[in-house]
Every structure is written in C-alpha cells, then in structure tokens.
Design a protein around this ligand. Structure first.
Ligand code: C2E
Ligand code: CA
Ligand code: CA
Length: 520
C-alpha cells in the first residue's frame, strides 16, 4: 500500500514538474514574444516618423525647386529689371526668406537688398566649390543668428551662376520634426555635416546622449537626412513588460492547468498500463507449488511482472488494484493466458500438474472469463489442470454464480486467494464452492510468532478439511512453517523457502534441477 502511494506520488510529482516546466516556458515565451513585438513596433514607429518627415520636407522643397528653375532665365539680366519679378516670386513662396541671383560668381541681385556684388564662391564655397546643392547656415543679414537653409540651383555646370534661395528652415523643422515620445526624443535635420535640431536654433552637430540610440534616414530627392534620437527600442520594450506580466501569467497558468489535465491521462498509471500491454513491458513469472508430503512440485502460480522502462519494476500490488479499477485487468489476464499457452509445450504434460492463474472478479462479468478461456486456453488442448484464483480483494459477492458453475463444469478448479483476510469469508465457501483455499502469507508468517493469527490459521485448516476443500499455504519462508503446515495436513506449500517467483521460461530448468534434488 505504501509502495503504491509512493509510485502514485512519483507520477503526480512528474506531472507537476511537467506542468511547472510548461508553465514557465509559456511565461518566458509569452514575455519574449511580447518583447519582440513591442520592440518591432517601436522600431517601426521610428521608421514611420523619419519617412513622414522626409516626405514632407521633400514636398516642401519641390515647389522651391520648380520656382528656381523657372527663375533661372532671369540670371544675367540687370538687377533693376528682375528685382520686381523676384519679389513677386518670393511672395508666392512662404518658406523662402530671400532669392539671390548669382552670375559669374557674383551675387549681384537680392530680392531683399537689391543690387550688390558679393563673391559667391568666397561666401559659400560649399555650394560653389564643393558642389553642394543645400547648405545649413546662420542668417547674417535679415534675422541675424537664425538658422537658414540655402538651396542652390546652378544655371550651368560651371556652378558659378544660378539661383540661391534662403529657406526659413527653423519654421519648417518646428512644424515637421516635433518629437513623438517616448520613442523619438529628439529629431534632427542634417545637411552636409551640419545639423538643426528641433527646439534648438543653433546649427551644430547632434550626438546621441549616453542612454540614447540614433536612427538615420536619407531623402532620395534632396541631399538631407533625418536623424532620430531616443531610448533604445529594447529598453523601451523591456519597460512595457511589467504591464504584460498579468496576462502572460494568466496564460501560463492556463497552460499549466491544461497540461495537468492532459497528462492526467497520458501520465497516469492506467495509461501506462495500457501502453505497457502493447509495448510488451509485462512478463509472466511463476512460483512453484510444492506437495507438502512428497516435496514434489505439482503446479505453479502465474504472477505478473511489469518492467516499465521509465519507472523500473512496478510491483503488482501497485498496478493490479489500479488495473482492476480501470478495467484493464482483463487484458492483462488474457496476456497471462496467451503467454502460458505459448509455453505450454515446455510444461509437464500431466493432469495432476496445476497451473494457477489469478483472475479478478470483474473478469467474471458477462461470462467474459469463460469466453477468454474458450478462445485462448482450450484451443491449446492443455493437459495440466487450470486453477482460477479469485482474491478476496475483489468484490467476491459480485461474482456471478452461474459463471462459477460453468467453470466447474468445464473442468476448471476455483481457489479463493488470501483466504481469511477479507470480510465474511465463510459465506463464500457456500456460494462459490471453491476447490482450494489459499491461506494468506500473513497467517503463515504468524506460525510460532502470533498466537491469534496462528489460531485463525488452525481454524481455516480444519474448516477446509471438514468441507473437503484443498489447502495451499502461501508465503512459506522457513522450514519451521513448512513442517508445521505439513503436520497440520496442508497439502500444498508455496513460498520463498522453496522457490522465489521466476520467469515462466526458467521454470522447466528449475523443475529439472528440483527433481534432481529430490532424487538425491
Ligand atoms: P497473490 O496472488 O497472493 O500472490 C502471492 C504473492 O506472494 C506474490 O506476490 C508472491 O511473489 C508473494 N510471495 C510468494 N512467496 C512468498 C514468501 O515466501 N514470502 C513473501 N513475503 N511473499 C511471497 P506478487 O507477485 O508481488 O503479487 C502480489 C499480488 O498481485 C498477488 O498476490 C496477486 O493478488 C496479484 N497478482 C499478481 N499477478 C497477477 C495476475 O496475473 N492477475 C491478477 N489478477 N492478480 C495478480
Ligand atoms: Ca494468487
Ligand atoms: Ca495470496
């Protein structure tokens, strides 16, 4: 019983372990998945922010481009003649602060200041010499110190004549680069190594702070890039995890519960028994029955053994009661029958040789045992005497008496196993008319040690003798017990004193040696 609790406890612990592992895995995977998802979302948001800003800058620059191209025809004309059209153009372009005409490296006409003569390549070498089309700078003339963007549209390849537009970039950037917290903390507009950051009117290079990462994207149409600074997406995603925890925990607990329920079946002993039958994990052992007077072996009791590759040897005391409860005992008994029939040719072919098989009371329902014997035992034309051992552990009152009668009719002997350990044993003597009583090993063990049980043993013996019922004493471990039982007239003895249960296939060899011992 203790053993059975232990084995069942082991199964429960294993199930629990699997449920805990699965639940931990689900928790980790859910959080990891949410983390990756959140990180991806944040990265995507930064990308979208940069794409949108670039698209809008492009859209603002493109009419300026068109306007400059349309104005190129004015380059070279005298300033008094072109100034008014220039002012008109300026009025139509809200983001442009001034337009300057450049001819032969001379900035000779400004929409604001009129005619002049400043050397273009000396003031803006980046545009004239470095061939930049855009340049970030600081206004020196109109709104002094404010950031400006110069858009240079050259007239020819010489790059010394063209249109120079001064763009009010601060207004644009205030409008287009407003950060979106938390993933974009700072947004910067860069042209040719110079930068203008949202909220900062200074033109200077922008660097990420210690806990920031940057993301840069370039316009395909104009020579500028947008850089975004913000916390790393991983850090941001990590900070959202605590809010995901309750849901992830709920999911993992749910999974643990499902696994617990699912394994109830697969991990249960009963599932393993059914699996073990198909996987041929069961074996049939036998224990010799010894004639107490002659010492001859005049039979065997078949005993099941289960070697489970995952659990090792599982004692019958654990799996038999469970198999009985789960309606798996009949398939096990059929297995025993098949095995003994298979090895019948190696057994003594003599009618006085008994082959005892343990059968559960439930197997008597609907004459199932009779059908099985008809199908598995009789077709083998067995010579030995079949004995069916019914244990009191079963609900013996449920045994269908008609089946018992039928068994007797077809020549099968009936033994009541573990006699004296169950309830109202005496009544079965009448209802089942057994041929044999098996004295339980508890009573055998009591010989010479336990007065009360020894008295019961004596009573069982004399009861059987009066009713002319055969007696088998189980659990004979000492010579003293053997002598006592023989003297009391018990016909058959079984126990470690004679032989321990052995594989059925080993029995013929044991028997030949046993005969030899007798012969000596
Ligand atoms: P059981 O039918 O009373 O079988 C006798 C048990 O006593 C066997 O235990 C046997 O190994 C053990 N035994 C034999 N000699 C001695 C001894 O000298 N000392 C002690 N202490 N024990 C001895 P086992 O094989 O562990 O089987 C336990 C029980 O499991 C059996 O008790 C029987 O009720 C059940 N069982 C075994 N095989 C089958 C089977 O094929 N079908 C059914 N229905 N029950 C089975
Ligand atoms: Ca038995
Ligand atoms: Ca027994």
């Amino acid at each position: 019983m203790q053993m059975s609790q232990e084995v069942l406890g082991q199964f429960r612990r294993k199930r629990l372990l699997i449920a805990v592992v699965v639940s931990a895995l689900v928790l980790i995977l859910t959080l990891a998945f949410r983390f990756m998802e959140e990180k991806g979302r944040i990265e995507q948001q930064s990308r979208t922010f940069a794409d949108n800003a670039i698209q809008r800058f492009d859209r603002l620059f493109s009419p300026l481009d068109v306007a400059a191209s349309n104005t190129l025809g004015l380059v070279g004309l005298p300033c008094e003649q072109v100034r008014f059209p220039l002012i008109e153009k300026l009025a139509s372009l809200q983001t442009v602060r001034s337009i300057v005409l450049v001819d032969n490296d001379s900035m000779y006409c400004s929409s604001i200041f009129g005619a002049g003569d400043r050397q273009f390549s000396a003031i803006y070498p980046e545009l004239a010499i470095n061939n930049q089309r855009m340049m970030l700078s600081t206004d020196q003339y109109l709104l002094k110190g404010s950031p400006i963007l110069l858009l240079w549209t050259p007239h020819d390849n010489a790059n010394r004549s063209g249109i120079l537009q001064t763009i009010n970039i601060e207004m644009m950037s205030n409008y287009l680069l407003e950060p979106t917290l938390p993933w974009v903390e700072r947004a910067v507009f860069n042209v040719g190594g110079k930068s203008l950051e949202y909220g900062n009117p200074m033109i200077e290079e922008a660097f990420p702070s210690d806990d920031e990462v940057s993301y840069e994207k370039a316009s395909l149409r104009y020579p500028f890039t947008i850089t975004l600074f913000g916390p790393s997406p991983s850090r941001l995603a990590l900070s959202t995890l605590p809010s995901q925890l309750p849901l992830a925990l709920l999911l993992s607990l749910l999974m643990a519960y499902i696994v617990w329920l699912a394994t109830a079946n697969r991990m249960s002993l009963s599932w393993q028994i059914s699996y073990g039958i198909t996987a041929r994990e069961f074996m049939v052992y036998c224990q010799p029955l010894i004639n107490s007077k002659t010492g001859d072996c005049n039979g065997i009791e078949l005993l099941l053994r289960w070697h489970n590759p995952r659990q090792g040897w599982i004692p019958p005391d654990v799996f038999i009661p469970l198999a009985e409860r789960q309606n798996l005992i009949a398939p096990l008994t059929r297995f025993v029958l098949r095995e003994v029939v298979r090895q019948l040719p190696q057994m003594p072919a003599c009618p006085s040789f008994h082959i005892a098989i343990n059968v559960a009371a439930s197997h008597f329902h609907n004459r199932e045992i009779i059908d099985d014997l008809q199908r598995l035992w009789w077709p083998a034309n067995p010579v030995p005497q079949l004995v069916v051992e019914l244990t009191e552990r079963d609900s013996l009152p449920e045994v269908d008496q008609r089946v018992v009668t039928h068994l007797h009719k077809i020549g099968v002997k009936l033994a009541i196993d573990d006699f004296g350990t169950g309830h109202s044993s005496l009544s079965y003597l009448k209802t089942l008319s057994p041929d044999v009583l098996k004295i339980d090993k508890v009573f055998t063990a009591s010989i010479g040690t336990d007065a009360i049980n020894a008295t019961v043993t004596d009573m069982v013996i004399s009861l059987a003798q009066r009713l002319n019922i055969g007696l088998v004493a189980e659990g004979v471990e000492t010579a003293e017990q053997a002598v006592y039982l023989r003297e009391k007239g018990v016909d058959v003895l079984q126990g470690y004193f004679y032989a321990r249960p052995m594989p059925l296939s080993d029995f013929p060899k044991w028997l030949s040696e046993h005969k030899l011992t007798l012969a000596i």
